[in-house]
Design a protein around this ligand. Structure first.
Ligand SMILES: CC(C)(COP(=O)(O)OP(=O)(O)OC[C@H]1O[C@@H](n2cnc3c(N)ncnc32)[C@H](O)[C@@H]1OP(=O)(O)O)[C@@H](O)C(=O)NCCC(=O)NCCS
Length: 154
């Protein structure tokens, strides 16, 4: 097994958009287009990471740093590669990156009906600090509530 973590670049936009769709369309959410992914990655303070294992795309994460705060914008692991520590590995790399950029806290928003992500974040030390009702739009169905979670990096 040969894992490689590297920055998400302009040549990875299609792959990153595909991974995002594969992860979030099953929730009834909309996958980001290549163009949306490109615009996001070009925004100030935003950086993405791609995890490949043996040359195969496994997952990706995108974060943003603004002054001493940071945000995990998205994290996704391809279904066939889940429960093998890929998200933990991506999250650890995000933490290293945002700390190095001067962040003292990392925020994220997670749907309250996403037990896999909630467990991952709780085990990683995040605490719920807020609630956003009807935050994630899901097609024609009801929108999902979100928790705001925070990890102290100090
Ligand atoms: C959430 C997600 C990123 C986890 O990726 P993963 O690579 O499978 O996670 P890991 O293997 O690193 O798991 C780390 C820990 O998280 C918890 N966890 C992960 N998936 C879980 C699941 N389906 N049910 C319960 N706990 C889970 C476990 O505690 C796990 O440790 P363990 O396997 O030793 O028990 C992945 O399921 C995914 O891409 N989901 C769709 C997108 C998504 O929900 N992103 C987060 C939005 S905020």
């Amino acid at each position: 097994m040969h894992p490689v973590l590297r920055p998400l670049g302009a040549l990875d936009l299609d792959r990153a958009a595909a991974m995002h769709g594969e992860a979030f369309v099953p929730f009834g959410e909309r996958g980001w287009t290549r163009q949306e992914m490109a615009e996001l990655l070009a925004s100030p303070g935003v950086a993405g990471l791609l995890l490949e294992i043996d040359g195969v795309d496994v997952g990706m994460a995108i974060c943003r740093v603004v002054a001493d705060e940071s945000e995990l914008i998205t994290i996704a692991v391809r279904p066939a590669h889940r429960r093998r520590g890929a998200a933990r590995r991506l999250l650890a790399a995000v933490l290293d990156q945002v700390r190095a950029a001067g962040a003292r806290s990392l925020f994220l928003e997670v749907a309250t009906d996403n037990p896999a992500a909630l467990r991952l974040y709780e085990l990683s030390g995040f605490c719920v600090v807020g609630n956003r009702p009807a935050y994630f739009r899901r097609g024609d169905g009801p929108a999902a509530d979100a928790y705001v979670m925070r990890l102290d990096l100090g």
